[in-house]
Design a protein around this ligand. Structure first.
Ligand SMILES: *[C@@H]1O[C@H](CO)[C@@H](O)[C@H](O)[C@H]1NC(C)=O
Ligand SMILES: *[C@@H]1O[C@H](CO)[C@@H](O)[C@H](O)[C@H]1NC(C)=O
Ligand SMILES: *[C@@H]1O[C@H](CO)[C@@H](O)[C@H](O)[C@H]1NC(C)=O
Ligand SMILES: *[C@@H]1O[C@H](CO)[C@@H](O)[C@H](O)[C@H]1NC(C)=O
Ligand SMILES: *[C@@H]1O[C@H](CO)[C@@H](O)[C@H](O)[C@H]1NC(C)=O
Ligand SMILES: *[C@@H]1O[C@H](CO)[C@@H](O)[C@H](O)[C@H]1NC(C)=O
Ligand SMILES: *[C@@H]1O[C@H](CO)[C@@H](O)[C@H](O)[C@H]1NC(C)=O
Ligand SMILES: *[C@@H]1O[C@H](CO)[C@@H](O)[C@H](O)[C@H]1NC(C)=O
Ligand SMILES: *[C@@H]1O[C@H](CO)[C@@H](O)[C@H](O)[C@H]1NC(C)=O
Ligand SMILES: *[C@@H]1O[C@H](CO)[C@@H](O)[C@H](O)[C@H]1NC(C)=O
Ligand SMILES: *[C@@H]1O[C@H](CO)[C@@H](O)[C@H](O)[C@H]1NC(C)=O
Ligand SMILES: CC(=O)N[C@H]1CO[C@H](CO)[C@@H](O)[C@@H]1O
Length: 826
């Protein structure tokens, strides 16, 4: 007995000793291997890993290392600033590793196939590094793996089918990489998977039906890929699914009824696809739904009253579809709503008064539909409202006086309706208002004087109404105004001197009114002013410089056409205009950024209407002095304004020669000096203007030979008619070397509106791609605007341009919204 027990004792001793020996041995080997890996880091001075030394005990002292029985079980060095690769990682020396967390470092290079040697791994976290290459199929050997996260790297190639062997997986996140190919059907084997995130890759093909086997799934993110085909009905089996995000793919067909079986669903994003048909009735059963986005599809049919059952809804996005019928009053039951976007559909009828019940709504977009009748006064009960979009409908009646009660209102757009009556003075109570867009209605009466006191106001647009009276608004010091558009009204009197207080003003359009004043040289102190349009008023007198040092330093567009300005051209003004002296390729469009909520949650559409157009216009460098009473010579200093794209001085009384310096305007696209009294020859220097797409020198006293050059070849007789004695191509022969036109494109498009659609398409495309590239379009759109003054035609362009820009912007913005929300889920 004694013998036995002592034997057992010594046996135990032996094992203990053995154990001690192997423990020391094994962890030394593991530590040495890890130190070898550490030695390959590019930043040896990494302070977080300073504890990793030969002399210390890896299991006790090393940062991020946890051992069990002396073997490394956890290696958690997330967010440690490691700059290195995995090539020297000791995959074969850490057989007991269960938890490897290298996330949020700067690990580059590829994942070695030896990763498959870590057969005890349960958690593998490599997300947010710079890892490239493909996912090695050996990953499929990690049969105990429960969490696999490699999101936020540069992985390419396809998702290996072997991932389907990882039966214990609960969390698979490969999002934000460059993975392509189709989603392997083998993923359907992962019975325990609850979180599957593959968004923001380049995956194509259809969503495998097998995803419907993943009964444990709670979150499915497949957004921002190139997935096509229809949404598999099998998704309706995923009883526990709460988050389904398929937006920004190429999915087509109708939304399967089965989506309505997903009773746990809280968030459903199907936006930005090609889904068609009507919204399935089953969807209105999803009582837990809080975020529903079906926007930017091709959905048709009406919105049924059953939508009123979705009492948990906070965000409703049905915009940019083909929905018709009227807005069901039952939407007024959705008390939790904070954003409702029904814009850009074909909705008819009136705005239901019940919408006034939505006390939590902050943003309401009903714009670009065919809503009729008056704006219900109940709208004024929306006390949380910050953003209200009603533009582009057929609303009539008055702008409700009670809107002044919504004290938090920041953006109000009602342009392009049939609103009449006056602008209610109560709107001046809106002390947070940033954008007020009431353009293109039939508003009359005076502009309330106190608008100038809303110091938050950045955009004030009441263009094309019937507003009258003197412009007595007093703009106070500290004004935030960036864009003021009063174009196309019946305003009288002088230009208010207090505009000089609007130091941030970039765009000022007072055109088409009855203003009676001299040239506002005093606006020259506004350092940011880009666009000044005073066309078609009763402005008069000579333009004399004030002698100030700085004058209109950033001005790019000055349009004084159709007034009664007289005497010499304003040479000293031209001598300033610093903004026109350099061709600034990097120039930024006017910025309305940085206004907190505005930029964030408001669709960039808000910058819409005239503004977007103005953004394009402001890239154009334009001087239009046509139809005035200017006399004297054309100053040669104009040739210094080398950024000019449009120069129009037609219909004045200008005399003398055309200065050869105009040949320096290397980007000028449109040059109109017609209907003056210019004499002498056309300077040869003009022939070098390679951007010139439109030239009109008709009705002067010019003579001599017409210069020849690549662009000049494209002009026709009407560019020169009504002069004294111009000779040469195309007017006549007789100046030698008459060119034979080798191209068959002419400016005849200018005479034929209908044939311009291609040109316009190009313009839009270019303008949309980044306004910068819009500049190279040969024939200047400004020609129509300024020279022919064809307002109907122009309005059509602007309409279309706005629409396209806005649609695009909104898409982008929504993407950002979704992205943000998505990120919150991690
Ligand atoms: C890994 O380390 C990070 C940062 O020290 C810590 O927040 C996290 O909880 C650790 N994870 C595990 C599984 O130990
Ligand atoms: C990662 O490290 C490389 C090499 O030092 C460096 O060029 C790169 O900027 C780093 N990237 C990040 C995101 O820190
Ligand atoms: C890895 O570390 C990050 C913290 O940076 C943590 O959020 C994540 O859950 C960890 N991964 C695992 C599998 O524990
Ligand atoms: C799946 O999860 C269940 C419950 O957590 C567990 O018992 C089972 O072992 C898991 N299956 C696999 C293959 O890991
Ligand atoms: C995936 O991308 C690789 C290049 O990274 C390319 O060679 C391959 O053809 C692509 N596969 C598919 C299915 O698009
Ligand atoms: C679904 O969720 C419920 C409650 O969380 C849970 O009891 C059930 O096991 C889950 N079903 C599956 C298939 O994971
Ligand atoms: C989906 O895209 C693939 C190419 O990626 C194409 O071969 C297939 O026809 C498309 N399917 C549908 C339904 O559009
Ligand atoms: C809008 O409704 C009016 C009146 O019902 C109709 O005349 C008009 O054609 C509609 N416009 C559009 C774009 O549907
Ligand atoms: C606004 O709300 C109040 C209180 O709920 C209600 O009495 C009033 O009728 C509402 N106003 C309109 C115009 O609906
Ligand atoms: C402009 O106003 C002045 C008085 O301020 C007046 O004499 C003149 O007739 C007005 N001009 C026009 C064109 O209305
Ligand atoms: C120019 O185009 C017209 C109409 O497209 C055609 O009739 C004519 O032959 C063309 N001229 C030349 C020189 O190609
Ligand atoms: C011991 C062991 O499993 N070694 C494997 C490590 O990974 C490489 C690459 O996959 C294999 O070739 C080895 O057999």
């Amino acid at each position: 007995m004694m013998m036995v027990s002592s034997k057992i004792f010594s046996l135990l001793q032996f094992f203990a000793l053995l154990n001690l020996f192997t423990v020391t041995f094994a962890s030394t080997e593991e530590a040495t291997a890890l130190l070898k890996w550490k030695a390959t880091f590019k930043n040896q001075d990494n302070s977080l890993l300073a504890s990793w030394t030969q002399s210390s005990n890896a299991c006790r002292d090393w940062y991020g290392v946890i051992c069990f029985n002396g073997r490394v079980k956890t290696l958690n060095i997330t967010n440690c600033g490691v700059i290195g690769t995995l090539y020297a990682f000791p995959f074969s020396s850490l057989p007991f590793l269960e938890n490897l967390n290298l996330s949020n470092n700067n690990i580059s290079g590829t994942i070695p196939p030896e990763i498959g040697n870590l057969t005890n791994l349960v958690y593998l976290d490599l997300n947010n590094n710079q890892i490239s290459g493909t996912i090695p199929p050996q990953t499929g050997s990690l049969s105990k793996l429960q969490i696999l996260r490699i999101f936020g790297n540069h992985l390419k190639g396809s998702i290996p089918e072997e991932i389907g062997y990882l039966r214990s997986l609960t969390d698979l996140s490969l999002s934000t990489n460059f993975l392509n190919g189709s989603i392997p059907a083998s993923l359907g084997n992962l019975n325990n998977l609850s979180f599957l995130s593959l968004y923001d890759n380049q995956l194509s093909g259809s969503i495998p039906e097998e995803i419907g086997y993943l009964r444990s799934l709670t979150d499915l993110y497949l957004s921002t890929n190139f997935l096509n085909g229809s949404i598999p009905a099998s998704l309706g089996n995923l009883n526990n699914l709460s988050f389904l995000s398929l937006y920004d793919n190429k999915l087509s067909g109708s939304i399967p009824d089965e989506i309505g079986y997903l009773t746990s669903l809280t968030d459903l994003y199907l936006n930005n696809n090609f889904l068609n048909g009507s919204i399935p009735a089953s969807l209105w059963n999803l009582k837990n739904l809080s975020f529903l986005s079906l926007s930017e599809n091709q959905l048709s049919g009406s919105i049924p009253q059953e939508i009123g059952y979705l009492r948990s809804l906070t965000n409703l996005h049905l915009n940019n579809n083909f929905l018709n019928g009227s807005i069901p009053p039952e939407i007024g039951n959705l008390w939790s709503l904070s954003i409702i976007d029904l814009s850009i559909n074909s909705l008819k009828g009136s705005i239901p008064a019940s919408l006034g019940n939505l006390r939590n709504v902050q943003s309401m977009f009903l714009d670009e539909n065919n809503l009729t009748e008056e704006i219900p006064l109940s709208v004024c009960n929306l006390t949380s409202l910050k953003i209200l979009y009603l533009r582009r409908n057929n609303l009539k009646g008055k702008v409700p006086q009670c809107l002044g009660n919504i004290s938090g209102l920041q953006v109000l757009t009602m342009s392009r309706n049939n609103l009449s009556g006056v602008i209610p003075s109560s709107i001046s109570n809106l002390r947070s208002l940033q954008i007020l867009d009431l353009g293109r209605n039939s508003l009359e009466g005076a502009i309330p004087q106190c608008f100038g006191n809303i110091n938050t106001l950045q955009v004030f647009d009441v263009q094309n109404n019937k507003l009258s009276g003197t412009l007595s608004t007093n703009f106070s010091i500290g004004s935030s105004l960036i864009s003021l558009n009063l174009h196309g009204n019946e305003l009288e009197g002088e230009i208010p001197r207090s505009l000089a207080n609007c130091k941030k003003l970039q765009v000022l359009d007072l055109g088409n009114n009855h203003l009676n004043d001299t040239f506002p040289m005093w606006l020259g102190t506004l350092l940011e002013l880009r666009v000044l349009r005073l066309t078609s008023n009763k402005l008069y007198g000579p333009i004399r410089s004030s002698g100030a040092e700085i004058m209109f330093p950033d001005l790019r567009t000055i349009d004084l056409s159709n007034n009664a300005f007289s005497k010499d051209l304003p040479t000293s003004l031209f001598q300033h205009l610093e903004g026109m002296r350099t061709i600034d390729k990097t120039m930024k469009v006017p910025s309305y950024e940085g206004y907190g909520d505005y930029q964030d949650s408001i669709v960039v559409v808000s910058k819409g209407l005239k503004l977007e157009v103005v953004r394009i216009l402001s890239l154009y460098t334009v001087i239009d002095l046509s139809n005035n009473k200017f006399e004297g010579h054309i100053p040669s200093v104009l040739g210094d304004l080398i950024a000019l794209r449009v120069l129009n001085m037609s219909h004045n009384g200008l005399k003398g020669h055309i200065p050869p310096s105009l040949g320096s305007l290397s980007v000028v696209e449109s040059l109109d000096l017609s209907f003056n009294q210019l004499s002498g020859e056309i300077p040869q220097q003009l022939a070098s203007l390679t951007s010139l797409g439109f030239l009109n020198l008709s009705h002067n006293y010019l003579q001599g030979c017409i210069p020849q050059g690549p662009q000049f070849r494209t002009f026709e007789n009407n560019s020169y008619e009504g002069n004294d004695g111009l000779r040469g191509y195309p007017v006549s022969k007789g100046c030698g070397n008459d060119p034979v036109p080798d191209t068959n494109y002419t400016v005849s498009a200018l005479d034929d509106q209908e044939s311009n659609s291609e040109f316009l398409n190009d313009f839009w495309k270019a303008a949309l791609m980044g306004y910068g590239s819009g500049l190279c379009i040969g024939l200047s759109i400004m020609y129509f605007m300024i020279s022919t003054g064809n307002p109907i035609w122009l309005a059509r362009i602007i309409d279309e341009m706005e629409h396209q820009i806005n649609t695009r912007r909104r898409k982008k913005q929504q993407g950002q919204r979704n992205h943000r929300r998505r990120n919150n889920h991690f």
